[in-house]
Design a protein around this ligand. Sequence first.
Ligand code: PMP
Length: 392
Amino acid sequence: EDDVCRCDNCYVGATCETKSETCVVDASSGSPFFTDDYWISEVRNGNKDSTVTIAPYYHIGYGAFVGAGNCGGFAPVSGGCRNDLETEIRALHDAVGNFKHNGYTLVMGVGSTELIAASIYSLLDSSQNATVFSEEPYYNGHSGVAEFFGRNWAQSAEEAEANARTYGRNSTLEFVTSPSNPTGAMRTKQVASGTAVFDSAYFWPHFTPITADRKLSDHDVALFTLSKITGHASSRIGWAFVKNADMAARLSGYVGASGGLVRESQLRATTILASERRRGYPVLTFASERMASRWSALESVLGSSACYSLQPRGGRATDMWSGKTYAPSPAYAWIRCVSGNDCYQTMLSAGVRGRAGPKFGANKDHVRLELLMGEPDFQSMLDLLRKLQSKC
Ligand code: PMP
């Protein structure tokens, strides 16, 4: 209930009724409030199918660990010891068509962030040469965790490739973030001799049309997260599809060592995904329409600006799930200040807090603005950008 009661950035007062003229819109995170209106309308329409009620006698014993036996550690929604969350996750991928998961082991984590950490910790050997790479501009959640674990960060694909050739496949890990955070561009593996982890957080129809030739397959590891699908980031549910049994055991060993998944979260994710499946995943339709309208609004403000250049969106394609033809609508705007000035500061002075280019390995003339906030914040940001553009 606190999420519904939160005020958007530019609103104050007991019921968030007053618009503040001096507000700063926080566009610096990736908190997926863009789906909140959908879930609020579900409740207002009296649809309780996706609401979880947990009796106090549930989840008392240790049953929460991911692994074999003991109901597999997963919440049995309809009785028995089936792994219902795994079934729902696989059904979602079957419906959307974005990952051919047959023959892959599913490993779940506390958000995909835990699986990023698990990959860096357990898929690399522990030598001094252990190196992580991701093409620039890269997601700072990859570089930050690599730094935390004391791994080297390769400055170029050539450096990473040379490391992998000298010290072996387990010395070098590449994150292939596709679509990219921050740019939304589709990416391919750059380091042939290393281990590649595809971070597919944004590979969903509301961010990019899913086409047959983009269908993910032949990947060692592909990461996904509930956060960027239904928006339930605080439930902390992420998963990895892993081809190789040894790699799967390493990743699930890490998750087990850190305590395993929270059972309440699994129950919630299972309930939401099952409810959505029964109705043909209407949350994806809602999210697609919302992201498409945000991009057309953003382009009408900055699309032909001489001062602020938006990243190219990529071409239109027909999405396999919806059958509709559309251009990608990335989760982030990746903006370059044509003047070459510090673009983070320029935006902040205009009332929009983004994330500065250097966090992604890019220059100060770039800034990332998230497009996943609640609708009132998005509209406030658009107003502020319109004002900024009018002074261009
Ligand atoms: N990967 C990428 C590329 C992301 O942008 C994010 C969230 N910003 C994550 C992983 C982490 O998501 P979570 O931990 O919520 O699953």
